[in-house]
Design a binder for this molecule. Structure first.
Ligand SMILES: *Cc1c(COP(=O)(O)O)cnc(C)c1O
Length: 433
């Protein structure tokens, strides 16, 4: 399989696409062609087994092909349950049982597993590790730190903005030792990103420290995300004989795009609906046809506070015609007030506690016409454990949330981090350390 930039100008292989992250023309990588499967021929049952079958075409011709099985077993090593709430009609796909309790664990673990096995192919200078830089507004940094911690030949530096992450998120970003270091930047998330960008565009620095990025536009994070949507649709279809429709909370659009890819690969998926918070660039685009990216606004579903969703570029590449796009997906925006209302009412009505992101999905579900709810089978994607956002959720339900064991284990570790100013000289001396 070859990988092309969405402009079609740059072509590379799997290791190149994952190692670089962004194509040299500044565009995102996409597979040259999505493979097509007959779901009846898929034999695997577990997520790892289904992953091996579905990802095989993406690995064909790569030196990584021989490691596909070990990569999938390494990456998909925690449960991703599809829990039925109404038999055959409504289910929740829980993506938050990984080490940092958000769906980003899955993409990050897969990326780490691939990178570890690509080190030889990247032709590194022998004695120096690959240096992964990550800027985070909360969830990504913890997931990447957990996924890369303890892997040989790679070190990670996490940069987070002072005062802009929740206490539990901060703990998850700073409880690491060994090959993972954390830095609290005296500045905003945008300044963290700008700092890393200046490191990547500095050719000398980039070469010397063999810099790589683990941000969410890396195709190594999308592939495993397509797998769990595919697997959930297959599990549903085997059990009920019908195609499921999905509701996916969306910010930068990586998770939802992966669902669209799974459907385009022949999986038994019917409708796909995106739920956003009050950052409504996508719903507005689908209703007016005007693409108007802007600065994000802060909401309770903070991991979806994105004003210019990067993966729209890949979605437009897959479905270039606007009218086609409009019939392929829908998107609806959910306000902060509706998020709180949903968390409060579902705690009573459905006996479930959602994080603010997942609540947008259930709010959209509950707004659908009854006939549409009844005639389809729906899977709502749950993106994070509510205990990660205890400061919001506990107030909404008026009760304490128990913390899952993996998260508890991290919260008990001591933390350490360095405070830095956002300038390249400081970054340079950190990298030389
Ligand atoms: C990142 C994130 C999202 C948004 O996912 P995208 O792939 O950026 O659309 C939703 N919920 C949670 C909990 C997240 O961490």
């Amino acid at each position: 399989m070859r990988y092309l930039s969405t402009k079609g100008l740059h072509e590379t292989d799997l290791i190149g696409a994952i190692g670089r992250g962004l194509a040299p023309d500044g565009r995102l990588y996409v597979p040259e062609k999505l493979p097509n499967f007959n779901p009846q021929k898929i034999q695997g049952e577990s997520l790892a087994e289904i992953a091996i079958e579905l990802l095989d075409p993406f690995f064909v011709g790569s030196p990584l092909e021989e490691y596909l099985e070990s990569i999938c077993k390494d990456a998909f090593n925690f449960p991703v349950p599809l829990e039925e709430l109404e038999k055959g009609k409504l289910a929740v796909l829980e993506l938050f049982h990984g080490p940092t309790a958000a769906f980003k664990d899955i993409g990050a673990r897969f990326l780490a597993a691939v990178m570890e096995r690509s080190l030889r192919g990247l032709r590194l200078k022998d004695d120096r590790p690959l240096t992964i830089l990550v800027a985070t507004s909360g969830d990504t940094g913890g997931a990447v730190a957990a996924a890369f911690h303890g892997r040989s030949g790679m070190r990670v530096a996490v940069f987070f903005p002072n005062g802009q992450v929740s206490p539990r998120q901060k703990h998850q970003l700073t409880c690491w030792t060994g090959n993972v270091r954390s830095y609290e930047v005296n500045g905003s998330f945008d300044q963290c990103q700008a700092l890393l960008k200046s490191a990547f565009t500095d050719v000398v620095l980039r070469e010397k420290h063999q810099l790589s990025a683990a941000n969410s536009i890396n195709i190594g994070r999308l592939l495993p995300q397509a797998v769990y949507h595919a697997a959930a649709s297959i599990w549903h279809w085997r059990k009920h004989g019908s195609k499921a429709s999905f509701i996916v909370p969306a910010g930068n659009l990586g998770n939802a795009l992966a669902c669209v890819w799974a459907r385009a690969m022949g999986m038994p998926i019917r409708d796909i609906i995106l739920s956003t918070n009050s950052n409504k660039v996508i719903p507005e685009f689908l209703s007016t046809g005007a693409w108007q990216p802007r600065c994000s606004i802060q909401t309770l579903a903070s991991a979806m506070d994105v004003g210019n969703p990067s993966n729209m570029e890949r979605l437009r590449h897959l479905i270039p015609d606007f009218l086609d796009l409009r019939t392929s997906i829908e998107a609806y925006s959910v306000s902060d007030a509706a998020i709180i209302k949903q968390i409060t009412s579902d705690h009573v009505r459905r006996g479930k506690i959602w994080c603010p992101h997942t609540a947008t999905g259930f709010s959209v579900y509950d707004q659908l016409p009854v006939s549409r709810r009844k005639s389809n089978a729906w899977i709502v994607v749950a993106t994070a454990h509510p205990a990660k956002f205890d400061h919001i959720v506990e107030k909404a339900i008026g009760a304490r949330i128990s913390v899952p064991p993996s998260l508890e284990a991290l919260l008990e570790l001591p933390t350490n981090y360095e405070k830095i100013e956002p300038n390249i000289g400081v970054l340079n001396s950190i990298l030389n350390d």
